[in-house]
Design a protein around this ligand. Structure first.
Ligand SMILES: [Zn+2]
Length: 282
């Protein structure tokens, strides 16, 4: 059967996915009227008035930089204005355009750059691509986050480590064993490139921890004393025995002691007397 007589193009809807639907949108800004250093840039498929109404509604329940700021002063301190009407674009393309404005004007009230999830054609970026393209922004964002949450982060790390200690240690060990050469090469290069810094750092560390370090060295010294005695004995026993003409014997490493010994000195003086008598006879 033919369906042509059923088709009514006014009632039919497009089957493309929502993110590929093209509509007319706007990029807009909202700024504080008495100090325009404070501004926000957004985009919408709605009219500006509708969008502002939605913002007013969300400001009561969402905890974002923009809303917190607005709530401090009240909406009567802010104006909104369309920056650009963007015709026949997908949601991704509109967000991308918003992101262009944000990157250029660097709005003080946006916490993230919108639209950077999409490429120039409005195609969704992979997680990796997104991070690559927004590297600079992320680094700064992370730095700020770490600065503001240092105690929390440290505590989280500590708790995680404590409850996964064995697993983490095992993983580290495995990693080190399978990357041994790589690691030692890298650390060698690092040490060479940062020679002066390391020296300086070590010196500062030493000065700050002098007493502790000295105490440690002392402890090590006494702990190792038995061990070192044993090593010395082993070394001595490994030396060959020398049988001296004086009738005595000594380990090779003890020669200097032996030639100062009573037996050896007496023998030498006997020999000297004997040789001098011989030369008198001659
Ligand atoms: Zn001797």
């Amino acid at each position: 059967m033919n369906i042509n007589n059923l088709i009514n193009s006014n009632e039919a809807i497009s089957c493309v996915p929502d993110n590929q639907v093209r509509k007319d949108g706007i990029v807009y800004m909202i700024y504080k009227v008495d100090n325009t250093n404070w501004f926000y840039i957004g985009s919408s498929f709605k009219s500006l008035a509708e969008r502002v109404r939605a913002h007013r509604y969300h400001a009561n329940e969402s905890n974002s930089k923009f809303y917190n700021f607005v709530n401090q002063y009240g909406w009567h301190m802010f104006n909104a204005q369309v920056l650009e009407e963007v015709k026949f674009v997908t949601r991704g393309q509109l967000l991308k355009r918003e992101g262009d404005y944000q990157l250029f004007y660097k709005p003080t009230l946006n916490s993230l750059i919108a639209g950077n999830y999409f490429d120039e054609n409005g195609i969704l970026l992979s997680e990796y691509e997104y991070r690559q393209r927004n590297k600079e922004h992320f680094t700064e964002y992370k730095k700020q986050y770490r600065k503001n949450n240092i105690d929390y982060i440290t505590q989280q790390k500590h708790e995680y480590y404590e409850s996964n200690k064995d697993y983490i240690n095992q993983k580290c060990k495995e990693y080190h064993e399978s990357h041994r050469e790589e690691i030692s090469m890298q650390s060698k290069i690092y040490r060479q490139e940062h020679k002066e810094e390391i020296k300086q750092h070590n010196h500062e560390y030493y000065l700050q921890n002098k007493n502790k370090l000295n105490q440690q060295n002392m402890n090590n010294y006494y702990q190792n004393i038995e061990q070192r005695k044993e090593q010395m004995n082993e070394y001595r026993d490994s030396q060959p025995t020398i049988y001296c003409a004086c009738g005595g014997r000594y380990r090779k490493s003890k020669r200097s002691d032996h030639i100062k010994s009573k037996t050896h000195l007496e023998f030498i003086s006997e020999v000297d007397k004997f040789t001098s008598k011989q030369s008198e006879v001659i």
